[in-house]
Design a protein around this ligand. Structure first.
Ligand SMILES: *[C@@H]1O[C@H](CO)[C@@H](O)[C@H](O)[C@H]1NC(C)=O
Length: 497
């Protein structure tokens, strides 16, 4: 096929392809005041660091930059740096030059993390792989307890000043807890009253709208708003596409919710109107930035962030529609969540430890408890069955797997308080998530390491003979870095029984 475009069409096409979202906002006279993405540059000329990662083996850090000016993140550099160990995201750099970087969130009025100083957890660097125009990149997979923040910003809206916010999320990763947010919050890490936040909220909490969620709403502090009153908004659709573009914008006396599919089509406006009563008009924005948490560090929510920005001023719909076209042109797509030897759905397997102490031991259960037992061809059938598992498609994500017990009906390996247990499926979303694991290449070079889907810093690990979902260097004794790679690597073979 031959394309013959007029010069003006060429110009439009070239502008769409080469401009970044923040070039588009600048052209619309509402430039970005903060621009965050681990997947790509948001300015066409940006060549600086997108994010910093830290690895578990030696605590070293490195910065990940775009492959070219305005381009996709250099995921291969991350993969090389993190080979045979674990990595977390320590900083998401602000691309505007204003220095509004996001780092590990400190404790707040409503929550603290498990860090020794009460800081929130850092996201696994490899929890949210995707492709952009066919090139691999990693989003920020926020598990409960994880959060990023900047309490000392420059140029972010305060008081009743106008601003716009957009973000790209995963419409399949959410919950109804408070609060998976991106946007404007309190620098005190505390709830300072109605109207002191203006952030995008994404999840199935709050007043909500049509269907069962997730929905794009506004966290305006002490309320997740879907409209100008505290009531469900029937015009606010469930946004469950794999990639979701979410927009909240506000100016004196009014605000809007907009959104669309981050991989195709345009934006729709789901609310445009007045502010809620009771302290939200005028607004009292304070200008800190949160990601993955509420303004008071409420940190029980989950979601995935790929990119987002906050603007000076109230962007026009036309400007945002061009940003959406740019996001669609970036061609976000899902990619494999697994690596290493394939573990085939439908097969029956046993999982052997590879630590020198224990290489004759297999993952086995006695009731709910899972331990590492010596099993071989002379073992009793009961013991063989207790160490045998049917591989099924991941209960919460079919790109990963779940392990069904072969001696206890409807019962799966799941993590609970980061111990692995065999429990009956209770039908809840939480159970499905806790029972879903994404096999990776074994961290010590043998077999597979089995990473939790919902907490991708956590892996199947034996510790004093008991099985845990352990994080490398985390707060629990079973998170010890000593022997971590060996203890999380398992050789998968045909089941004993
Ligand atoms: C085989 O397994 C049984 C436990 O089922 C154990 O007592 C025995 O020592 C094992 N045999 C070998 C050769 O490891």
């Amino acid at each position: 096929m031959t394309f013959r475009l007029t010069s003006s069409l060429c110009l439009v096409a070239a502008t769409l392809v080469t401009a970044g979202p923040c070039d588009i906002y600048a052209a619309g006279e509402t430039p970005c005041a903060a621009a965050h993405s681990t997947t790509r540059a948001l300015f066409s000329a940006y060549t600086g660091s997108l994010y910093q990662i830290k690895r578990g083996s030696d605590g070293a850090t490195t910065n990940i930059a775009p492959l070219s000016a305005g381009g996709v993140a250099n995921a291969a550099a991350q993969d090389a740096f993190c080979a045979s160990t674990t990595c977390t995201i320590t900083t998401i750099f602000d691309q505007t030059g204003l220095g509004n970087h996001l780092t590990q969130a400190p404790p707040g009025g409503a929550g603290s993390g498990t860090d020794p100083n009460g800081f929130d957890n850092l996201a696994a660097a490899d929890g949210a792989p995707a492709t952009l125009n066919g090139q691999k990149a990693y989003g920020v997979f926020i598990s409960p307890g994880t959060g990023y923040r900047n309490d000392a910003t420059t140029g972010i809206a305060i008081g009743d000043t106008a601003e716009g916010i957009y973000a790209v999320f995963d419409g399949t990763h959410y919950n109804n807890r408070c609060c998976f947010d991106y946007g404007n919050a309190e620098p005190s890490n505390d709830d300072t009253g109605n109207g002191h936040m203006e952030a995008i909220y994404f999840g199935n909490g709050g007043d909500g709208g049509a269907g069962s969620g997730p929905w794009i709403q506004a966290d305006l502090e002490n309320g997740l708003f879907s409209r100008g009153t505290t009531a469900s908004n029937p015009g606010l659709p469930t946004m469950s596409s794999r990639f979701v573009t979410a927009i909240i914008k506000g100016q004196p006396g009014m605000w809007e919710i907009r959104g669309g599919d981050g991989a195709s089509g345009g934006l729709s406006t789901f609310y445009s109107g007045g502010r809620p009563g009771g302290g939200y008009n005028p607004m009292h924005k304070e200008g800190a930035i949160v990601l993955g948490i509420g303004g008071d560090n409420s940190n029980r929510a989950q979601g995935t962030f790929y990119e987002g920005a906050m603007t000076f001023g109230f962007p026009s719909d036309a400007t945002e529609n061009l940003v959406q076209a740019n996001i669609v042109a970036a061609r976000y797509a899902a990619t494999s969540l697994t690596s290493g030897p394939a573990i085939i759905v439908g097969s029956a397997v046993s999982l052997r430890a590879t630590t020198a102490c224990c290489a004759n031991r297999f993952i086995s259960h006695q009731g709910a408890t899972i331990s590492n037992q010596i099993v071989n061809t002379t073992s009793t059938t009961a013991l063989k069955l207790s160490a045998s598992w049917t591989v099924v498609a991941g209960l919460a994500n079919s790109g990963c797997i779940s392990f069904l017990s072969r001696d206890t009906a409807k019962s799966y390996i799941r993590h609970f308080n980061f111990q692995l247990l065999v429990n009956a499926d209770d039908g809840t979303q939480l159970f499905k998530e806790d029972a879903t694991f994404c096999p990776q290449a074994g961290k010590n070079g043998q077999g597979n390491s089995l990473r939790s889907w919902s907490y991708p810093t956590h892996y199947f690990r034996h510790f004093n003979g008991i099985l845990y979902a352990a994080s490398n260097g985390g707060p629990q004794d079973f998170d010890a870095t000593f022997s971590f790679n060996d203890d999380v690597s398992w050789v998968v073979s045909a089941a004993f029984a």
